[in-house]
Design a protein around this ligand. Structure first.
Ligand SMILES: NC(=O)c1ccc[n+]([C@@H]2O[C@H](COP(=O)([O-])OP(=O)(O)OC[C@H]3O[C@@H](n4cnc5c(N)ncnc54)[C@H](OP(=O)(O)O)[C@@H]3O)[C@@H](O)[C@H]2O)c1
Length: 304
């Protein structure tokens, strides 16, 4: 049996990164796969490879499916995309203890609140991360960019100081507790909602948005609209234009995750990024015509 059961839901890039990092710390997390994926594996203990620029490490890890979980879950780290997160947590609902702590690592906003509302008994945390990881093959993860992850409880809870303390020290990922986690989620969303959708629409690298032409004009309009929403919500951020331009310059050669999803014909997380912003703006009565136009044109191009 697993005394302090750590479960990771979703065995993609971030799920494998967090699973390997917990193994590196000496913990024994288990990776939860979809039932259909799990059935394809004959062996339920599999090698998990973690590569960085400096080294490669291998760990053995148990995989499970919702139907194969045989111990209560009291630590769950959710590593699916935003649009899959609620259904994924619901698939393991019967295994969650009442005091289970759930950490949500999705980009964007909206999915965290939906899960927190659906699971009022459990202590739900959200995280915002600048780590970069990708899978070279199943269970073979490359930690390409060492970043910073902020985590904080979504609702105030008397036990929430205990939650994920174990991740704050002696952990190969840089994790800090940040109680006003919504602020961090907004900071990242504000930048992503200016850059990601545009890169998908123009099928371009981040740096190409600063073209002194059509793309940059649209980028500036998105920045102005987003800034007005942030101001109305009393969310203090440094100059959004400086942040967005800084990201475009620092990651000029990168292809955003949204552009990659669009290229592969996968659903993007934009409904939880620009979609969330548009809903908030609507509730506040702030026009965000350029965000709407962007979403309309993406839809017309078959990008969801
Ligand atoms: N990768 C990064 O560098 C990075 C950095 C910062 C933040 N993030 C954020 O982290 C989140 C995860 O990103 P990612 O890159 O790890 O995505 P990913 O590689 O696509 O992994 C998501 C995984 O979740 C699995 N999944 C979906 N629904 C499931 C369910 N019901 N049960 C079990 N597994 C399920 C998917 O399986 P299927 O393939 O079968 O659907 C997939 O393996 C996203 O919100 C992303 O924006 C990623």
């Amino acid at each position: 049996m697993h005394a302090d059961n750590w479960y990771i839901l979703g065995a993609g890039s971030i799920g494998c990164l967090w699973a390997a990092s917990l193994c590196h710390k000496g913990l024994t997390p288990r990776l939860i796969l979809r039932e259909s994926s799990y059935q394809r594996f004959e062996h339920k203990r599999i090698p998990l490879k973690l590569s960085t620029q400096k080294q490669v490490k291998c760990f053995d890890i148990d995989i499970v499916s919702p139907g194969a979980i045989d111990s209560p879950i009291n630590r769950l780290i959710v590593c699916t995309k935003a649009h899959d997160a609620l259904a994924a947590v619901c698939s393991v609902e019967s295994h969650l203890t009442d005091s289970c702590q759930i950490l949500l690592l999705q980009n964007g906003m909206g999915s965290q609140q939906a899960i927190s509302d659906t699971f009022p008994e459990q202590i739900v945390w959200a995280g915002s991360s600048t780590d970069g990881a990708y899978l070279s093959a199943p269970f073979d993860v490359c930690h390409a960019g060492q970043g910073q992850t902020w985590i904080g409880p979504i609702r105030k809870h008397k036990d929430s100081t205990q939650g994920f303390n174990g991740l704050l020290e002696n952990f190969r990922l840089k994790v800090s507790q940040y109680d006003a986690i919504e602020q961090k989620l907004w900071e990242k969303l504000a930048i992503n909602c200016c850059i990601n959708g545009l890169t998908a629409l123009f099928n371009c690298r981040n740096g190409e948005l600063l073209d002194n032409d059509e793309k940059q004009t649209w980028l500036n309009q998105l920045i102005a609209e987003t800034s007005r929403v942030l101001t109305a919500l009393d969310i203090e951020t440094p100059s959004l234009q400086e942040c967005v331009y800084g990201v475009c310059q620092a990651t000029a050669n990168n292809i955003s995750s949204t552009c990659q999803d669009a290229r592969q014909g996968r659903a993007t997380e934009l409904p939880f990024i620009n979609g969330f912003l548009i809903d908030k703006a609507h509730a506040l009565g702030i026009p965000v015509d350029n965000h709407r136009k962007l979403m309309d044109q993406l839809r017309a191009s078959g990008i969801q």
